[in-house]
Design a protein around this ligand. Structure first.
Ligand code: VGL
Ligand code: ZN
Length: 200
């Protein structure tokens, strides 16, 4: 067994009606459930922020969601409050077959730093532990799906490729936010990193 499915942030806040809704975010859930049957290793990620997280616009007086500010670790988009630990919006979409997961990795819990990637926080240095987990299981190939294609899927895929995994992103089972050209930039960045973008 060397190939894992990584399902990124299939949570209510990223689905229509949620705090940071991704257009059509809910339409991919059943397809993801079906795809799980093709894998014997399944990992889910869960965006999991404390209240007043530094990535929330509401934590920066005068700032608005979608504004970009400079943080000590680099530029950071400010988001509406979302995926607050223990809140309903942080729960997985109830249709998602979360019971199939071998591992659920939570990220973004450090108040001072955001974490888009399943592998590293946004300083690109602090590991989440996922790489160690995959290494100890002998997993070398990753297929990624989920939300948001241009943020957390993108950062996870590029980091995985840099770490030496063979990475595929299935775009039909992913949806993006597409703010200020973020989708085109993400697709180009993933291609440049050697990520295979599979449309089917
Ligand atoms: C995400 C923005 C903020 C994502 C998470 O899952 O792509 N995007 N937090
Ligand atoms: Zn977040």
């Amino acid at each position: 067994m060397t190939h894992a499915l990584i399902v990124i942030d299939m949570q209510l806040d990223f689905c229509p009606g949620g705090a940071l809704a991704v257009t059509e975010g809910d339409t991919i859930v059943e397809g993801i459930n079906a795809r799980m049957e093709d894998f014997s290793a399944i990992i889910l990620t869960q965006d999991w922020h404390p209240e007043a997280h530094s990535s929330f616009a509401s934590s920066h007086p005068g700032a608005s969601p979608m504004e970009v500010i400079d943080m000590p670790y680099g530029p950071q988009v400010l988001w509406p409050d979302h995926c607050v630990q223990g809140s309903r919006g942080a729960q997985f979409d109830p249709v998602l077959n979360a019971d199939a997961a071998d591992l659920i990795i939570r990220k973004g819990y450090n108040p001072a730093i955001d974490s888009y990637s399943a592998f590293f926080e946004n300083d690109h240095q602090t590991p989440t532990g996922l790489h160690g987990y995959l290494q100890t299981r002998g997993i070398t190939e990753l297929t990624m799906v989920g939300l948001a294609l241009d943020f957390c899927v993108n950062f996870s895929a590029v980091d995985a490729a840099k770490l030496g995994y063979e990475v595929r992103v299935e775009t039909a089972l992913s949806r993006g936010i597409d703010a200020n050209g973020s989708m085109d930039a993400a697709l180009a960045g993933m291609r440049a990193a050697g990520v295979a973008l599979i449309e089917g």
